[in-house]
Design a protein around this ligand. Structure first.
Ligand code: PRP
Ligand code: URA
Length: 229
């Protein structure tokens, strides 16, 4: 009798969003390969920025895979047909500053017509609380919906704050995309915003005592822009 497949009990194999959680992991080998480049300590800032952009495009494709679609009548050079198309306008892209800028730079190659909003948040290194220094949203974000992008979902405080700001602006159809998520952050985020699906490239093991994701990739903003905290 064949033995059952080995079960993976590592923390990263469990779904911290729970059985009804909306965490979607992007397992494409190209995305995983690019994440490995980001994780490596040797990767310089220009390369980090470029690869974050490439992942932003892949994440946008995946996070928006269930956009409402319809058909319209068109003419090809050979015949008339009913062809697939989006049912509504493309959603806004929203960058959580600073590091989310790298992701939206890539995503806008896919959605050049998307308006781009910015939520400026910085995490206090001692309390780990996110505080806001900027909010600029497109005027039609409530009707378009939004894809919010930030490479890191650590404690979840920044992502929760950003989505709350969008909901206060009337936005209802919101998705969140990140590169690396921590189990603690996913659990906290899905409890706060159970209606917002999360797409991530990887679910890592844990947070360290400074609130950094392990194994993670370090400080995404500093690595993206070549700064030092
Ligand atoms: C980083 C990251 C997220 C946040 C995640 O930003 O880009 O926005 O931390 O941490 P959290 O889930 O615990 O809130 P940071 O505050 O370092 O600002 P920066 O992008 O300007 O460096
Ligand atoms: N913010 C980062 O940039 N990296 C982490 O690991 C956690 C928060």
């Amino acid at each position: 009798m064949p033995s059952p497949p080995p079960s993976d009990q590592s923390p990263a194999a469990q779904d911290p969003a729970g059985p009804r959680g909306a965490l979607h992991l992007l397992r494409h080998p190209l995305a995983q390969h690019k994440l490995t480049t980001l994780r490596r300590i040797e990767t310089d800032s220009p390369t980090f920025r470029r690869v974050i952009g490439e992942l932003g495009l892949i994440l946008a494709i995946e996070a928006l895979r269930d956009l409402p679609a319809g058909t319209r009548a068109i003419d090809t050079p050979l015949t008339a047909m009913q062809a697939p198309c989006l049912a509504g306008p493309v959603p806004c892209l929203v960058a959580v500053l600073r590091a989310g800028l790298g992701l939206t730079e890539g995503a806008r190659l896919l959605l050049p017509e998307a308006p781009i909003g910015h939520v400026g948040l910085v995490r206090d290194e001692h309390t780990l609380q996110a505080s806001r220094y900027l909010l600029r949203l497109p005027p039609d974000i409530a009707t378009r919906g939004a894809l919010v992008m930030d490479p890191m979902l650590a404690t979840g405080g920044s992502a929760i704050h950003a989505i709350t700001a969008l909901k206060e602006a009337g936005t209802r159809d919101i998705r969140f995309a990140c590169v690396v998520a921590a189990p603690e952050g996913v659990a906290r985020f899905t409890a706060a915003h159970p209606d917002v699906p999360v797409t991530a490239v990887a679910l890592d093991e844990r947070l360290d005592e400074r609130g950094y994701i392990v194994p993670g990739l370090g400080d995404a903003g500093d690595r993206c822009f070549g700064t030092v905290a």
